[in-house]
Design a binder for this molecule. Structure first.
Ligand code: PEP
Ligand code: MG
Length: 650
């Protein structure tokens, strides 16, 4: 618009001066009218678009406020992922980074100002390093190893000459202010790391943003680091954010911070590690947490179950308080490091393995003294990327876990895609597997080329450490055998000598019905109680109020699990349980009573599971399971498990 009208105007006036004839006058009049019409059209269109946008924003805001009211009025319990165990009751403080944190308005500088800008940058950098050094000295005595390690990482980043050199180059070459140069460089680097999902670097982008934020805060306040508002919090604060940064936790008021709730962030993030080292319950994966809750809301946080209850009612508060009264925090991983093998009170050895989703979570196996990885969810390599990971990327990921944990076993589950796990690169219109609603192994068999590449990568990596292969969502003998044949074919073309152990995940009712045939064709089975329970009970796993681990206590699920356990024991094949029930005290009691001796879980649940097992005899657990088989309601099963656990410190 700004260009169109002057151009028309110039054309009109020039022609008027050159040809002041009547004919030209009418042409000019026409041009004038056309310009006005065009102007009216463009203005009309722009304001229609603005109105439309405003309407959409208003509708979204209304939707959010309705959802918020709904969550509060119904005292909704939202299901996420527990990152640090413990129970907390408190008041929400929404903590979001300022909207313009990474956008610095463009302010060009003159060539003569470059030196002064670079000096500003260097001063801010020096002030930030001093601040971190002081924090490290100040808290040296009571700082946990995790916190000290985090400060070390950040100090290394602050001393990274290459990174800050790039910021200075931006100032020099683009003639921009130091804050703009830092914001742009940090944004670029953080985005690059976030996109490297398959490279296990995502969590490090939070560290880069954290360091960048510290320096920006210092530069914006001319070398002085302003006090952090989190340093002093109201009592019983629960910090809620989209994605908290490590420094948010490090610097926040220890005495008054009782829990953390985020929309994203995994167990290997520094935020999760800090929370565990400070015994602060933490839950992630609460969708739209910062919109559904508001500062001042009351909240119950269960870091074990990975759930939060918004504006709880009296009954919820009372039963939560009763649980908290009996709750004893599990010994820290460090304290358990000296512990002897995991065993029941009467000495029956139970093997504990880790469920992990990414290579950098492998160190949790060592942190929690586990015996290996019982479930590596390889599909995370495929989600959130523009194209399927190639052979080299996958080989690097699988062999890195095998190398880190060698000689411990690592079970790689082949891509479990479909359902709620749709890769960004998949196009429903031309993807047969998606159009036909296939999931797990069926999806992989339909996307054969991609599946073959994955098998190649796993098989090559398996020639080194103790890698094992497991197929998800097996539904019978036909799909299992088709996958096995494909695997044999790849072994032959690749001329590989070592065939890894092959397992089937039992998590569909169809697989339970075929269990006698399946156990004859695999080296091991692993029961996925999460999906098995949802398929048997016809519940929606995605629902935010999903009963989660409790659905395992339904007698129908218990009986189906028992069928699988007995078939595997009779056949003498390996048997593991890797669903959430394997990391939950009631679930563990019933599973061990059923005959399971290998449990695979979120690593930080291991401390609690060990504690439970040390206090119960095998006979107590067998009795509980036998009693549970005789009842017909989930409440009865829960009662039986609860009374078996009664008196133990859980
Ligand atoms: C399960 O279904 O129990 C399981 C372990 O797999 P996932 O949770 O990844 O679906
Ligand atoms: Mg599953």
């Amino acid at each position: 618009m700004a260009i169109t009208l002057p151009v028309l105007r110039i054309g009109y006036e020039v022609s008027w001066e050159i040809y002041p004839s009547l004919a030209i006058v009418s042409i000019n009049a026409l041009v004038e009218i056309a310009a006005m019409v065009l102007y009216a059209y463009l203005v009309g269109r722009t304001s229609a678009q603005t109105r439309d946008l405003q309407k959409r924003v208003a509708t979204k805001e209304l939707e959010i406020s309705r959802l918020r009211t709904f969550a509060k009025n119904t005292s909704a319990t939202l299901q996420g992922r527990g990152l640090s165990p413990g129970l907390a009751e408190g008041v929400v403080l929404i903590h979001l980074p300022p909207e313009n944190e990474w956008t610095s308005s463009h302010q060009a500088i003159a060539q003569d100002d470059v030196k002064a800008e670079i000096t500003r940058l260097e001063r801010a950098l020096a002030a930030t390093i001093r601040e971190l050094d002081n924090t490290q000295k100040q808290f040296a005595t009571d700082m946990a190893a995790a916190e000290s390690a985090l400060l070390d990482v950040q100090l290394v980043m602050l001393n990274d000459v290459g990174f800050w050199g790039k910021c200075k180059r931006r100032v020099r070459e683009d003639l921009i202010k130091a804050e703009q140069a830092i914001a742009e460089e940090v944004r670029e680097m953080a985005t690059m790391l976030e996109e490297l999902e398959q490279d296990s670097m995502r969590e490090r982008s939070a560290d880069i943003r954290d360091v960048g934020r510290r320096v920006l805060r210092s530069i914006r306040t001319s070398g002085e680091v302003p006090p952090n508002p989190l340093l002093s919090l109201p009592s019983n604060t629960i910090l809620v954010g989209k994605d908290l940064l490590p420094s948010d936790v490090m610097q926040s008021d220890r005495a008054n911070l009782v829990a953390l709730v985020t929309e994203c962030g995994g167990p290997a993030s520094h935020v999760a590690i800090l929370a565990r080292s400070r015994n602060i319950p933490a839950v992630s994966d609460i969708k739209n947490a910062s919109l559904l809750m508001a500062t001042g809301d009351r909240l119950l946080v269960d870091g074990e179950a990975g759930s939060v209850t918004v504006a709880p009612n009296k009954v919820q508060v009372a039963s939560f308080a009763a649980r908290r009264g009996q709750y004893i925090a599990p010994e820290s991983a460090a304290a358990q490091r000296q512990a002897q093998k995991t065993a029941t009170k009467d000495g029956v050895h139970i093997e504990l393995y880790a469920n992990i989703g990414r290579t950098d979570e492998a160190h949790l196996v060592l942190e929690y003294q586990l015996e290996g990885v019982g479930l590596y969810r390889s599909e995370f390599l495929f989600l959130g990327v523009e194209r399927p990971p190639d052979l080299e990327t996958q080989f690097a990921a699988y062999s890195a876990v095998a190398r880190i944990l060698d000689p411990c076993p690592v079970v790689i589950r082949t891509m479990d895609l479909g359902g709620e796990k749709i890769p960004r690169f998949a196009r429903p219109e031309n993807d047969l597997a998606l159009r036909t609603g296939r999931r797990g192994l069926a999806y992989a068999l339909a996307e054969r080329k991609m599946f073959r590449t994955q098998l190649q990568a796993i098989l090559r990596a398996a020639q080194g450490g103790d890698l094992r292969i497991m197929f998800p969502m097996v539904i019978g003998v036909a799909d299992l055998m088709e996958a096995r044949h494909l695997l044999d074919e790849v072994m032959e073309t690749e001329q590989l000598a070592k065939r890894p152990s092959i397992g089937a995940m039992i998590e569909t009712p169809a697989a339970v019905l075929h269990i006698q045939e399946i156990v004859k064709r695999v080296d091991f089975v692993s029961i996925g109680t999460n999906d098995l329970a949802h398929f048997i009970l016809a519940t929606d796993r995605q629902s935010q109020e999903s009963p989660g681990v409790l659905s395992f206590l339904h007698p129908g699920v218990l009986r189906a699990t028992d069928q699988v356990v007995q078939a595997a024991l009779k056949q003498g094949v390996g048997l593991t349980v890797c669903g959430e029930a394997a990391g939950n005290p009631e679930g563990v009691c019933l599973l061990v009573g059923m005959g399971v001796r290998v449990l695979s879980m979120d690593p930080f649940r291991a401390a609690r599971v060990r504690q439970v097992l040390h206090q119960l005899t095998l006979e107590q657990m067998e009795t509980a399971f036998r009693d549970a088989l005789g009842v017909t309601t989930p409440e009865d099963v829960r009662q039986i498990a609860a009374s078996a656990l009664c008196g133990t410190e859980v």
